[in-house]
Design a protein around this ligand. Structure first.
Ligand code: GLN
Length: 235
């Protein structure tokens, strides 16, 4: 399983998810605390943020371990937004290691990350145009295809997870999506946590040891807005 995290709230730098918290994605890239599949996340990383001026998200993805990128600390301190995402990758066996296989994926208006694995054939019928042969890229394209057809973010995620889980019951389908002023996540087969104070933090595992981190139940959809968080079962 890879690890991912996102923020929706007052403007913060990307380092808010990566290097500022004691167990941010930097630490989780080599010493995750709750990872059930894989031990390190050294097959690449990606960060993304919603740029208000451009009116779209911006990404930076690499195939090297996060801790080896000497340019990231400066970029992560300078890139600031009310909406952030970061992900570190432990590639599933057989999946390509390339930037296009690395989260965040985008449709131009949202960013998406996946923790888990799915048989690609399970989403072939609903996938759009994946940018890589990586299973996560196929899942992302399926969600983006639903969104492109007019579905709400919650409906798109629920429909894709239901479809994939029917076709591939052991699939692990933790998904995380951010847009201009929205954040949504699915817990399906892996851990997911939230922390609410001035904004909403969502992460595969807590980014620090502050009180207030809450586990999101498995097989649920989490929808967050600047006003709060709603968690509903996916059946
Ligand atoms: N299956 C995805 C990949 O290969 C995600 C892997 C993971 O969650 N560890 O990148």
């Amino acid at each position: 399983m890879c690890r991912h995290a996102a923020w929706l709230g007052p403007v913060r730098p990307v380092s808010w998810l990566v290097s500022e918290p004691e167990h941010g994605l930097l630490r989780q890239s080599y010493a995750p605390r709750m990872q059930r599949h894989g031990t390190v996340n050294a097959d690449g990383f990606g960060v993304g943020w919603y740029d208000e001026t451009l009116g779209r998200p911006v990404r930076y993805r690499r195939t090297v371990p996060l801790w080896t990128d000497a340019n990231l600390p400066g970029l992560a301190a300078a890139a600031r937004s009310a909406c952030l995402m970061a992900a570190v990758r432990s590639a599933t066996v057989g999946m390509p290691i390339e930037e296009t296989a690395t989260a965040p994926f985008t449709d131009g208006s949202r960013l998406l990350s996946h923790n888990g694995r799915v048989r690609r054939g399970a989403v072939r019928a609903i996938a759009g145009e994946p940018e890589s042969l990586c299973d996560s890229a196929w899942l992302a394209s399926a969600v983006f295809a639903r969104l492109g057809a007019g579905a709400s973010l919650g409906d798109a995620l629920t429909a894709v997870v239901r479809h994939a889980a029917v076709e591939d019951p052991p699939a692990r389908l933790n998904l995380l999506v951010v847009g201009a002023a929205e954040l949504a996540a699915v817990a399906w087969g892996d851990t997911l946590f939230t922390h609410l104070d001035e904004g909403v933090l969502v992460a595969s595992e807590p980014l620090d040891d502050r009180p207030g981190w809450r586990a999101v139940p498995d097989r649920t959809l989490l929808l967050a807005s600047p006003d709060g968080v709603l968690v509903t079962p996916i059946d």
